[in-house]
Design a protein around this ligand. Sequence first.
Ligand code: DI6
Ligand code: FE
Length: 408
Amino acid sequence: MWDILLLDCHVASMAEASNAPFGAIRNAALAIENGRIAWVGPAKDRPTTAAREVRRLDGAWITPGLIDCHTHLVFGGERVREWEMRQHGASYEQIAESGGGILSTVRATRACSEEDLAYSAARRARAMAAQGTTTLEIKSGYGLDLESERKMLRAASRACELANVRVTRTFLGAHTLPPEYSQDRNGYVDLLCETMIPAIAREKLADACDAFCETIAFTAVETERVLRTAQSHGLAVKLHAEQLSDQKGALLASRLGALSADHLEHLGDDGIATMAKAGTVAVLLPCAFYFLRETRKPPVAALRRAGVAMAIATDCNPGTSPVTSPLIALSMACALFQLTPEEALTGMTRNAAKALGRQASIGTLETGKLADLAIWNVSEPAELAYWLGANLLHDRYLEGRSDQSRSA
Ligand code: DI6
Ligand code: FE
């Protein structure tokens, strides 16, 4: 007996094995049992299994719930004053070097209670959920001491509980040097490797560890030490690589078997080849590119040629991407980086799941996967990346429970 049977719908399964664009199944049926997809396919082929409840969707499209695989959703304050300075000509690096940038958010985040952090992040998470997001990755990295990083990671879980979104958490203690270590780089990397990473892993506060490998943050040598330590404590690794300059971060990350290398505007050919070999996902962040008014684009055509899986995320953060709309990220991936609408949607579903190491349970609509669904008022799935600023969501299911039935 199925719990729910969805009819009068089309399904963009995003399944890798499908030959149809978007893995599309027109005139489809999708059955849910115990929070998982029990059957999906053409409605006319469905078995005669009974369902407790049949819901007709008036020809709507169902896609996998959107997965935002790179965000810094938990933070104190905002950085609107800095943004105004940038409008007057200051650069992101100049602001960072004068003690602003990430460090101004560190001050604000340290000053916030865990509850306030959770509530402000929940507001942003709800905005994302209202546009179809069902899974959110959230990084720490605005605490930069053990207690403040713990506070951020706990707030990340609480925020997603409040917003009814699945969460995955990433420890980003290596985001920048905290003020108390500004004269002691090695001291901070020691603290990360000897105290913070072991504690975060032991307390199961994160699934993965990330670092910012950049001239204004950590060198490739420091990054390698951090990521290797994280791996030795059982954490998966990811990396902010080649955002502002080529530090060979993607090369390093993929040599370590990283789940993903993210940003990649300055990625070179050597990095692309090792990413392809290692199966490291390229997470592209078009909203940060837009907001920083960058001009150098990630090498999308070369990534495509090499067969590197590309994911798309909002990078929601107060400094470089004050964006809570997954649909705007999809549109920008197409308009700014020349992805096709199908590649963009794959980047927020199947490939985003891969970037989180969760491809076995989410990211496509296939039998046995969790019933995380987004249901859209569109006639074609490509419309998700076409309309800019429209909210096309009709309903959303998290593990088989719909928002509409929850609010009814
Ligand atoms: N790259 C980014 O775009 C964000 N972090 C990072 O390493 C920006 C974080 C910030 O400016 O607050
Ligand atoms: Fe980021």
